[in-house]
Design a protein around this ligand. Structure first.
Ligand code: ASP
Length: 359
């Protein structure tokens, strides 16, 4: 069997500074819930594939047991492109089930990096618990030299065990940085320093076993629901877009559409025309931006500009990332299908300004 410990645990130094029995910390009880991803994969021939015993290795790190009492629960062993909203909902229920018990102080979820930010944001919005929940992963598989899996799990268990993490919301910890679920995104296809929070920066770091927060995310929201609407699509606007793809998606029966526009949230005039027709039929269209920093804002009044889109009934998402807006729309649609009610969840700060523009 392939093991983290193939090279011998005594000889292995993953760079942490834990002295046995002298850590000075109370041991917390952390549940590690594994879902799969590269952290549970091995090289087979020229490709990397899931390894049936891969999840078990996630707790096979001697130093882990010095900092916390950890228990492993295998939820799934899938690459994260195979994660679905339904599985996210099941995962959320499982985490709340564990953390509502006094027996557990926090949870670490292992996941593939590709869609980790979606699951993290989903959980941040929907979880009832305020106990620490940390998502982690690895960019390098188990067979690879200097795999980042063990270190990321160790740092994440430290974060989940830290009193400072209580009430911080769901966080993502890789490469010794701590990021807010709402803000974080995968930025690099291959580098271990892939997660970043553009426009925000990390919430904190793990350094020499210390969990250090610099700030707290003040824009967190909760959308508590037992029901979600899975049929929400993301459509990307492009120059010369005639709205045909939007109309096709609408005709397929999607119950909500996130339209990734340009800049402040603008699209070509023909696409805006399609948006108006779709909203008139009762299907919400949420506008995001291909820019990953800054707010979408109804400042342009020309045909297809953000203010024009809003006049045509579109909802402007203040958070620019489409994949995050889609997660949010799926949850909000679990609560209401009233477009003006949905608008309130997305247009947090632009309501006043809009009435000035409209009248
Ligand atoms: N493709 C992998 C996944 O998301 C990538 C990773 O885990 O780093 O499952």
């Amino acid at each position: 069997m392939v093991s983290w410990l193939d090279s011998g645990s005594e000889k292995r130094d993953i760079g942490i500074n834990l002295r046995k029995g002298e850590s000075g910390m109370d041991k917390k009880r952390i549940i590690i819930i594994s879902t799969g991803g590269t952290i549970a994969m091995v090289k087979k021939g020229r490709t990397v594939v899931p390894f049936d015993k891969g999840n078990a290795l996630v707790t096979d790190i001697p130093e882990l047991h010095e900092i916390a009492d950890v228990e492993l629960y295998e939820f799934s062993n899938i690459p994260s492109p195979q994660m679905t909203p339904r599985l996210m909902l099941e995962l959320a229920k499982k985490i709340d089930e564990f953390l509502e018990k006094d027996d557990y102080d926090g949870a670490v979820i292992t996941h593939g990096t590709d869609t980790l930010e979606e699951t993290a944001y989903f959980l941040d919005l929907i979880l009832r618990t305020e106990k620490p929940v940390v998502l982690t992963a690895s960019m390098r598989n188990i067979s690879e030299l200097s795999t980042d899996g063990p270190r990321n799990v160790l740092s994440s268990v430290l974060v989940a065990s830290s009193d400072s993490s209580y009430g911080m919301g769901v966080v993502v910890c890789l490469n010794d940085e701590i990021h807010a679920a709402r803000e974080v995104t995968k930025t690099y296809t291959s580098n271990v320093a892939t997660f970043d929070s553009p426009g925000y920066g990390p919430l904190g770091v793990v350094d020499e076993n210390n969990v250090i927060y610099f700030r707290k995310s003040l824009t967190r929201e909760k959308i508590i629901t037992d029901k979600i609407e899975e049929r929400v699509a993301v459509v990307k606007a492009f120059t010369g877009d005639d709205g045909a793809i939007l109309r096709a998606v609408h005709n397929m029966g999607y119950k909500g559409i996130v339209l990734e526009g340009f800049g402040r949230g603008n699209v070509p005039p023909e696409a805006a025309q399609a948006v108006e027709e779709i909203v008139k039929s009762g299907v919400p269209v949420v506008i995001t931006s291909r820019c990953f920093k800054g707010r979408v804002y109804p400042i342009y009044g020309y045909a297809g500009g953000g203010a024009d889109l809003r006049r045509k009934g579109a909802i402007l998402s203040e958070h620019p990332l489409s994949q995050k807006a889609r997660i949010k729309l799926m949850l909000v649609l679990g609560i209401t299908s009233d477009i003006e009610e949905i608008r309130k969840y997305f247009e947090i700060h632009i309501g006043g300004m809009m009435s000035e523009i409209e009248h």
